[in-house]
Design a protein around this ligand. Structure first.
Ligand code: AVI
Length: 323
């Protein structure tokens, strides 16, 4: 079938138009990494966090558990806590519990997925003194709403954990942190988790595990196109590729076409043509240096207050004060 073949099409969603733009342009093919997280993708990501090769999430949680009291001491109260991307809420309990020992705290997780918010509310329901209000919004819209709700004299503590900051394109991390800073007032804080650079082989193993869970997580994006956009991807005709990009200091995930193929995406009314060996870039995961995080924070209007680094897996928890 030629690329221009006419195919029955229905109403096109944002997902549909992003898929068309990513697969039909003249340049290298790419798909936004946020689409990796449908229900199946989110479940696969939860499994990734349990893999022996992927130490990032465990390091994040260890740091929060070990230093929660100190973090609570460094964030003067009264405080309202908001989290960008709550995930399962498992890591957040340590911080909330520590803060709640001082005074009652309200917690506003911000997520575009209602299912994730529900999971987080049930995970943290027993923390006790924390009132939990899920905010089903994009990060910045949600944060603006939460900031507008804060009573006089109450500071905001924003949690951005798990090194999601590393999934922004190069330069977009700084733009995003500057926008977060723009919503905050001087004296508010941001707790930022960031994965650090380590030997390339170890980083590659974390994104190309022998069990194939990360491969399934990546390939599921094509499965999602099949399910939601009536695509005709044969997942066995693509393979997961993880590579280290030295220039951007990122691990990249790609999907490589095993042969030349033309794949209709019927609901969007197009077909994508792949050459043998051609790749679709699906995610970048930037790895930071400790100093880079401090420089980034300062350039975005924060003062680095404290940094904790895990002993087993190079990961940094950073407490940043809005100045
Ligand atoms: C969510 N994010 C920080 C993960 C990461 O490590 O970049 C997503 C992920 N992709 C593959 N494995 C995990």
């Amino acid at each position: 079938m030629a690329t221009s073949a006419k195919i029955l099409s229905g109403p096109v969603t944002q997902f549909g138009s992003d898929v068309r733009a990513g697969l039909c342009g003249t340049g290298p093919k790419e798909l936004p990494s946020k689409y990796l997280y449908d229900q199946l993708g989110s479940a696969l990501f939860e499994v990734i966090t349990l893999l022996p090769e992927y130490g990032l999430t465990r390091a994040d949680e260890r740091l929060l558990r070990r230093h929660a009291k100190e973090i609570a001491r460094l964030v003067p109260g009264p405080v309202l806590v908001s989290e960008l991307g709550s995930g399962s809420g498992r890591k957040t309990r340590w911080i909330l519990s520590a803060l709640c020992q001082r005074e009652p705290v309200s917690y506003y997780p911000i997520e575009i997925s209602r299912a994730a918010l529900a999971l987080c509310e049930s995970e943290l329901g027993d923390v006790g003194c924390a009132g939990i209000v899920g905010v089903e919004r994009e990060y910045l819209d949600g944060l603006r709403e939460v900031a507008a709700l804060r009573p006089d004299g109450v500071r905001l503590l924003v949690l951005f954990l798990g090194s999601t900051i590393g999934n922004f394109d190069s330069g977009a991390d700084a733009r995003f942190l500057s926008e977060v800073r723009g919503v905050l007032a001087p004296g508010d804080s941001l707790l930022l988790g960031a994965d650090l650079v380590q030997p390339v082989e170890r980083m590659l193993q974390a994104y190309d595990d022998p069990l194939g869970v990360t491969a399934a997580f990546n390939l599921n994006l094509l499965g999602r196109i099949n399910r939601e956009l009536d695509g005709a991807f044969d997942l066995r005709q693509f393979e997961h590729v993880a590579r280290f990009n030295q220039a951007t200091c990122s691990i990249e995930m790609h999907l490589r076409s095993k042969r030349r193929q033309v794949v209709p995406v019927r609901r969007c009314g197009f077909a994508a043509t792949f050459a043998a060996g051609e790749t679709v870039w699906t995610e970048s995961s930037h790895k930071y240096t400790r100093r880079e995080i401090a420089k980034l924070a300062v350039s975005c209007g924060f003062r680095p207050e404290a940094q904790w680094v895990d002993q087993e897996w190079p990961f940094a928890e950073n407490l940043l004060l809005a100045v």
